[in-house]
Design a protein around this ligand. Structure first.
Ligand code: ATP
Ligand code: MG
Length: 361
């Protein structure tokens, strides 16, 4: 349901690397929306690898508490992960998902007419709490000295049902946005959800996922949404051959991880792919890219992934018109082609691209 408030309190967690450069760009765009959204109060918060090295905590208590008690939503930048295991350090983004019960990772992949190769306008909804990620692994020695290792995969009807509902809600929302005139390089005539699984092999676990999402699809409010299924291997093939046929796809954790990185490769640069981590009570926007140490501090990071994440966050909170405004401005700047950062073969800086988007807005 849409969450309408007079003030929106948004936790801002730039964290490391180019997160510090692209999150301010998203903030400037949100500030420029004026009366299209409620007043936004930005709450700067600490987290990340640098913070860990300074104060010993990758995710300070104060950050968690402020998010839980004072904030309606948040934007995250990016985190540098050390290349070796460091005692006491663990990823703040994983911890944030747990603390705030952000059980869905939502990743839209969208091409802009005249910019990228194939037309694509799809979203992957990845379950974020179970599957093989419960990390129950064991290894045993056989009598002959060889070894055997097992991993337990957990699929529950509870988690499958809520991720299924998230996918169908999103399909309806996207249809509403299209009807409101959101630009797209693909024509989706009807909202559609594709259930991704492998129940021909894993008939019990993937069978439960499939059956549970199917049951959600039968609910009255989702009558207008078409339901299809793809085995995960076939999904990869079809996604590369004819990505334009997909609207919303929903998958258990591991398949979702793999296909969402694959889908991101369809649109040229990591610098344009947004995401949100969503739960029932909180949502956090986050560009898909990492901290990009190779370009850090040069002022040339593409701010579009971060700006689109802000739009996605607004859309998730029910401010679909404001979200569409941002997306249209970004599309116009990309299509015009005058201002692009080097990852899109341009010569512009983060600031120049942000200014162009603000002007288009
Ligand atoms: P991390 O460990 O933090 O993920 P990484 O080295 O894997 O760091 P990524 O951020 O994942 O780096 O980026 C992979 C490549 O894509 C890098 O070459 C990076 O410069 C480029 N890249 C990522 N995001 C952007 C962006 N916003 N603008 C321009 N280039 C980007
Ligand atoms: Mg990376």
């Amino acid at each position: 349901a849409a969450l309408k408030r007079s003030t929106l309190r948004l936790g801002m967690i730039p964290a490391d690397g180019i997160g510090k450069e692209v999150l301010p760009a998203a903030q400037r765009v949100l500030e420029a929306l004026g009366s299209a959204i409620p007043r936004v109060e930005f709450v700067p918060l600490l987290a990340g690898w640098e913070e860990f090295n300074k104060n010993g905590k990758a995710l300070p208590e104060a950050t968690i508490e402020t998010l839980k008690i004072e904030c309606d939503a948040a934007m995250f930048g990016s985190v540098s992960s050390p290349s070796h295991k460091v005692p006491g350090y663990s990823s703040p983004i994983v911890a944030l998902r747990k603390h705030l019960d952000l059980y869905a990772n939502i990743r839209p992949v969208k091409s802009v007419q005249g910019v990228d190769g194939k037309p694509v306008d799809m979203v992957i909804v990845r379950e974020n709490t179970e599957c093989l990620y419960i990390k129950k692994e064991e290894i045993h020695d056989n009598a002959d000295g060889s070894k055997v290792a097992y991993a337990t995969r957990q699929i529950t009807s509870y988690a499958s049902s809520r991720i299924g509902r998230m996918a169908y809600e999103l399909a309806l929302r996207r249809q509403a946005e299209r009807e409101a005139g959101a630009s797209s390089s693909v024509h989706h005539s009807q909202p559609k959800v594709t259930i991704v699984h492998k129940s021909n092999v894993l008939s019990v676990t993937d069978g439960l996922f499939r059956e549970t999402v199917r049951a959600v699809s039968q609910e009255d409010k989702y009558k207008s949404v078409k339901t299809e299924e793809q085995l995960v291997d076939s999904m990869v093939y079809r996604m590369f051959r004819e990505p334009e046929i997909f609207d919303v796809s929903v998958a258990p954790n591991l398949y979702g991880d793999i296909i969402s990185d694959g889908a991101a490769a369809l649109v040229g640069s990591l610098g344009v792919v947004p995401s949100v981590n969503a739960g029932d009570n909180f949502v956090m926007g986050e560009p898909v890219h990492g901290s990009a140490p190779d370009i850090e501090g040069k002022g040339i990071a593409n701010p579009i992934a971060s700006i689109r994440s802000a739009a996605l966050l607004l859309s998730h909170l029910g401010y679909t018109d404001a979200a569409a405004k941002i997306d249209t401005a970004v599309d116009n700047v990309l299509r015009e082609g005058k201002y692009r950062t080097p990852d899109l073969h341009g010569k512009s800086t983060t600031e120049e691209v942000t200014n162009a988007i603000l002007k288009a807005l």
